[in-house]
Design a protein around this ligand. Structure first.
Ligand SMILES: [Fe+2]
Ligand SMILES: [Fe+2]
Length: 221
């Protein structure tokens, strides 16, 4: 009997952990923010939480969790087209005899996660995007000294708290950020992260929800 894909299996897969480790090495050498198992786990946890809180079934939640966990494993090859390399690597990890609807829905979600001009291809992809693009935790910055960082790094360092709140009764997905304005201004946030914020909006549309952004308790979207 074919073994069903589980998050536990993928999280404990030695190849997955190795790829995440080397993806993070590559990004570390570029001075770019953390992209290893911490980002993978945050993205997976939020993707699963979003579908759970909106009432999707457990299998959908698990597929989103798996897709979000492995969405950046191809980064060790390079940043360019890493959504596609991550998807192909995932297929290689699970072997052909396990290719089925679940596997391909994971692959499709991974493959579209950087296509910011288009809506995510499925609810699983949308949940992955919200998990990935809301990961603005300051812990991901490589240094805690704002003077050693570019503007992108400073905005990240300023994000002292990130909360994704799903309100099913109102069909809303809220992103609450606490930004230290001694490190960067709210305008800097919009300059750097507008693309990802709009992508969260597109993802929320796929989930039939409105996306709302709060910064320091003020509503901006
Ligand atoms: Fe990515
Ligand atoms: Fe990512």
């Amino acid at each position: 009997m074919k073994q069903i894909l589980t998050f536990e299996e993928i999280e404990n897969n030695v190849e997955v952990q190795t790829y995440l480790k080397y993806a993070d090495y590559a990004f570390s050498s570029m001075g770019y923010k953390e992209h290893g198992s911490s980002h993978a786990l945050y993205s997976a946890t939020v993707a699963c939480q979003v579908l759970r809180d909106l009432g999707y079934d457990q299998r959908q939640q698990e597929l989103a969790k798996i897709a979000a966990y492995v969405h950046d494993i191809g980064l060790f090859i390079g940043k360019q087209d890493h959504a596609q390399s991550s998807a192909v690597i995932f297929l290689n990890i699970i072997n052909k005899d396990r290719y089925d609807g679940d596997a391909f829905s994971i692959v499709g979600a991974i493959g579209c996660h950087e296509d910011k001009c288009f809506a995510p291809v499925s609810e699983i992809a949308a949940a992955l995007v919200i998990g990935d693009k809301t990961d603005m935790r300051y812990e991901r910055a490589r240094t805690k000294d704002p003077f050693c960082l570019d503007k992108h790094g400073r905005v990240l360092l300023a994000c002292k708290k990130v909360d994704v709140v799903v309100k099913k009764e109102k069909m809303k997905i809220e992103l609450h950020l606490k930004i230290d304005t001694m490190i960067c201004s709210v305008m800097d946030y919009f300059e750097i992260f507008m693309g990802r914020t709009n992508y969260c909006r597109k993802a929320s549309d796929v989930l039939k929800c409105n996306f709302e952004l709060y910064i320091n308790e003020d509503k901006f979207l």
